[in-house]
Design a protein around this ligand. Structure first.
Ligand SMILES: Nc1nc2c(c(=O)[nH]1)N[C@H]1C(S)=C(S)[C@@H](COP(=O)(O)OP(=O)(O)OC[C@H]3O[C@@H](n4cnc5c(N)ncnc54)[C@H](O)[C@@H]3O)O[C@H]1N2
Ligand code: MOO
Length: 406
């Protein structure tokens, strides 16, 4: 019986290297990184009570009976722009013209938006509607209170987080270093992009796809030149790669005459796991090389990326102290029948289709693990249990959502 994906994940994650060391980077360079410190605010945000509308700062009670037929006149005492606080108090019957974001003057408790008023002169305005106390007012500390823990270490830094850090006045931020990931493709047939192909040769695409996947997961790829299919060439490359935090190889993990990866791994480190009940990716290999996690990913391009997604990405995320790396899995109805039956759990490259309120999963027709174009536009991997099916349109299956950048 082959190991399940969950058993393999458990095995791999039970033996994680320590979380990466920290480093301090300028705010914008923190994008895509992971916070290595709790962020505690030493300010209220907003720092002062302010208006959420362009209008007039007033005392709400003054206009409680106002309407279009019975407007109430107020005396305009001045104008308050954002960045220019006024310390003059507002008295009954008075208003200050105020702009969005400008500090509320003392005495005012509401803002009537400009559309609900009629200007009579530079110092007289009519209120055409009532406002409640606090209406159109953003109180000091509404968003964040001084002393709040706003973010915890381990939080991924996406664009809105950059904005929050800037709001808090943080110019440099402590983040975890990116795990360095060595990538070694194996195979006599491999030629680099940019060079012409000879007979029987193909382009080395896995090194590039895996390096891109490492970057998207937050790691730092280091691509070595491919190793030829000899045991000694593979050993030499693996030893060169073993200086990095994680080592990935592609190819040479099946049962072919030139599949040396497992032998070299056993001799130089430990082979902890081989073969998982999944398609694509069955011959995936895991172990340790000089104390670092080693993944022998299958050479088929789709198998390499699916096994990266399920086994390597979680390790990269965990090493940056991110524990929420699981993708969302939904149960969705099939858009069309799916008749392929496999003896392994099948991760099926699929799109999503919306009709009215209902979202359907729509597998691509070509699912061979060498067909790379079925990645184009992929939004999900549909998970079909082994030895199950055929499925009809409308039957529900679990669907793992894949963000567009994967
Ligand atoms: N007798 C059996 N044969 C195979 C089995 C099996 O169980 N019994 N499993 C198949 C499965 S499943 C997979 S997946 C592949 C994986 O094989 P390897 O990891 O040993 O990969 P290779 O044989 O080296 O290559 C497979 C395929 O991928 C192409 N490739 C390899 N490296 C790259 C690269 N860097 N860029 C682009 N393409 C690459 C290679 O040319 C082959 O076509 O084994 C099956 N066989
Ligand atoms: O499991 Mo392999 O990855 O499909 O051809």
């Amino acid at each position: 019986m082959l190991m399940t994906v969950e058993e393999a994940q458990q095995r791999i994650l039970s033996d994680l290297p320590p979380v990466m060391p920290k480093e301090r980077v300028p705010l914008l360079q923190a994008l895509g990184r992971v916070l290595a410190e709790d962020i505690i605010s030493d300010e209220d945000i907003p720092g002062f009570t302010n208006s959420s509308m362009d209008g007039y700062a007033i005392i709400a009670q003054d206009v409680q009976n106002a309407n279009a037929n019975h407007p109430i006149a107020l005396t305009v005492k001045g104008t308050i722009a954002a960045g220019h606080p006024s310390h003059q108090p507002v008295h009954h019957g008075e208003a200050y013209k105020i702009m969005t974001g400008a500090p509320l003057p003392p005495g005012a408790d509401a803002v009537i938006q400009v559309e609900w008023t009629k200007k009579l002169s530079d110092n007289q305005v009519l209120a055409l509607a009532p406002v409640r106390s606090s209406q159109n007012v953003r109180p000091q500390g509404q968003d964040i209170r001084r002393g709040d823990i706003v973010l915890h270490a381990g939080h991924p830094i996406k664009p809105p987080i950059v904005g929050i850090l800037a709001t808090l006045g943080i110019a440099t931020v402590s983040v975890y270093q990116r795990p360095k990931v060595a990538i070694v493709s194996t195979g006599d047939e491999l030629i680099e992009p940019g060079s012409p192909l000879g007979p029987g040769q193909i382009r080395n695409s896995n090194s590039y796809a895996l390096a891109a996947a490492v970057l998207a997961a937050g790691g730092e790829p280091w691509v070595l030149s491919p190793a030829k299919d000899t045991k000694e060439a593979i050993r030499a490359k693996f030893l060169e790669a073993a200086t990095q935090d994680i080592i990935l190889s592609s190819g040479g993990v099946s049962v072919g005459d030139f599949d040396w990866v497992k032998d070299v791994l056993s001799e130089e480190g430990s082979l902890d796991l081989w073969r998982v009940n999944m398609k694509p990716g069955k011959p995936v290999t895991f172990g340790h090389l000089h104390g670092h996690p080693f993944f022998g990913l299958p050479g088929n391009p789709v198998s390499a990326l699916v096994t990266f997604e399920l086994f390597v990405r979680p390790v990269i995320r965990e090493m940056m102290n991110v524990h929420q790396w699981q993708r969302t899995v939904l149960s969705l109805p099939l858009y069309e029948s799916f008749t392929e039956i496999q003896d392994r759990r099948h991760y099926v490259r699929s799109r999503l289709v919306q009709e009215g309120e209902q979202v359907y999963v729509w597998p691509y027709s070509k699912q061979d693990s060498a067909v790379q174009t079925s990645w184009i536009g992929v939004e999900a991997l549909m998970i079909v249990p082994e030895n199950s099916g055929p499925y009809q349109a409308g039957d529900k299956l679990p669907v793992m959502l894949i963000p567009a950048d994967v």
